[in-house]
Design a protein around this ligand. Structure first.
Ligand code: ADE
Length: 418
């Protein structure tokens, strides 16, 4: 298999780190063992466009154990772990097309190279693969039986495609499984975003005012962890429901414009565009730090920030300083790309274990139901979601109660009341 990775000599280190992640992924290990004996993916070709991390390596190796041939490309130009890409290419002969820091053209060239496999199944994190297939490689669509999507932003894009009647094959929305978004989005994004912020800046969070823009599952996690580190947390929202939830969770809630002159650190996690923009930059404090943990680098209006700046320079790895006409300095982290993957290592393996168990089982579900699913966005079947929760608890050594017969009958009856 051809590949394009930074440096094959990094493979040994990549293997070591993949083995470390695998220790924290017991559910995926169990699935890999079952896949190895049952071969549910025999003869299937899979192209995966995912963050190329140690956790993703454990996932794609499970798919291969199940009989699949896999090619892998990055779902973000800055998230690739080059040693992992090298290990998969050199040690497993996998078609990996990913180089950390690749430019936009290379990013898309890599997607096209990964698609040369002519996949039966696609796996996406952000829907760039599906969108490339539906835009430039329509010749391959007929051979695709289905795909999976990992993240909220991707699911939103794919639902829009389905609504417009443009989606040509079924997609399983892995993001929407409870065992994915209730854990990965909240605890994964919460911890890894703070990890990225600290690795990039080494600032003390205690006593600082940290503004979280967006209070979805990811925003909840970031706010919770920032509060745990001693920050005063402000939440900005557009949804009345999410705003109310943030308020009842004990945060200050206000419009972004009101938070702009108060915040020390701003983290966007909305999935939307231009959340922080010129009207906010104009009134921020000297030294303000801006970062994004949403999927795309559109949440902070970087072109506008650059246009307002009289100079910009890199002051530290992952930190760019923009000086405005009045001398105030605004610091942008990781080019406004996913902070947790660009400046840290993404979510810890233990939480990706559940997300990727859903991925592996959803891929097997698609293979088993080839030709039977409508070309729309499907939920992860509840049996899969529940199986992942059960396996994770088992692996963690936590046992839970079962209903007594009387309790089961009580729940099924309606006659008994006050
Ligand atoms: N998304 C967030 N964290 C990740 C990780 N560690 N690996 C793959 N995708 C991720």
């Amino acid at each position: 298999m051809s590949h394009d990775v930074r440096d094959l000599t990094l493979a040994t280190e990549g293997l070591r780190r993949i083995a470390w992640a695998e220790r924290e992924m017991p559910v995926l290990r169990r699935i890999r063992e079952r896949f190895a004996s049952e071969q549910p993916l025999a003869g299937r070709r899979i192209t995966a466009c995912l963050h190329v991390t140690t956790e993703t390596a454990v996932l794609v190796l499970a798919l291969r154990a199940g009989g699949a041939q896999v090619t892998l490309c990055a779902s973000n130009p800055l998230s690739t772990q080059d040693d992992v890409a090298a290990a998969l290419a050199a040690e497993y002969g996998m078609g990996v097309f990913a180089v950390r820091g690749e430019d936009r053209d290379t990013y898309y060239r890599h997607i096209h190279q990964a698609l040369e496999l002519r996949p039966h199944i696609t796996m996406d994190d952000g829907a760039d693969l599906v969108s490339t297939l539906h835009g430039e490689r329509t010749d391959l669509l007929e051979g695709v039986l289905g795909g999976t999507e990992e993240t909220t932003t991707g699911v939103i894009r794919l639902r829009a495609m389905a609504r417009a009647g443009a989606l040509r094959y079924p997609i399983v929305a892995v993001n929407d499984a409870k065992t994915k978004h209730l854990f990965d989005n909240r605890y994964g994004t919460g911890q890894s975003t703070i990890d990225g912020l600290l690795r990039a800046t080494n600032v003390l969070l205690s006593g600082r005012t940290l503004v979280v823009c967006g209070y979805g599952s990811c925003g909840r996690g970031v706010a919770m962890r920032a509060r745990g580190m001693g920050s005063q947390v402000i939440v900005t929202e557009v949804s009345p429901l999410c705003a109310l939830e943030a308020l009842m969770d004990g945060y200050q809630v206000m419009p972004a414009a009101q938070s702009a002159p108060i915040g020390d650190v701003f983290i966007t996690v909305t999935g939307n565009t231009s959340v922080l923009r010129p009207e906010h930059f104009a009134i921020m404090r000297d030294g303000a730090i801006l970062a994004n943990s949403g999927h795309f680098n559109v949440e902070i209006d970087i072109p506008a920030l650059a246009a307002m700046a009289t100079s910009r320079r890199r002051v530290r790895e992952h930190v760019e300083e923009f000086t405005l006409a009045d001398g105030r300095r605004i610091h942008l982290l990781a080019e406004g790309r996913l902070l947790n993957l660009a400046a840290a290592e993404g979510h810890p393996a233990s939480v990706m274990d559940m997300s990727f168990a859903n991925q592996a089982l959803s891929v097997a579900h698609l293979a088993a139901n080839a030709g039977r699913l409508e070309p729309v966005v499907h939920p992860v079947p509840t049996v899969i979601d529940e199986a992942v929760a059960r396996l994770k608890l088992e692996a963690t050594g936590v046992r839970i109660d079962t209903l007594t017969e009387a309790q089961r009958l009580y729940l099924e009856s309606w006659q008994e009341g006050t």
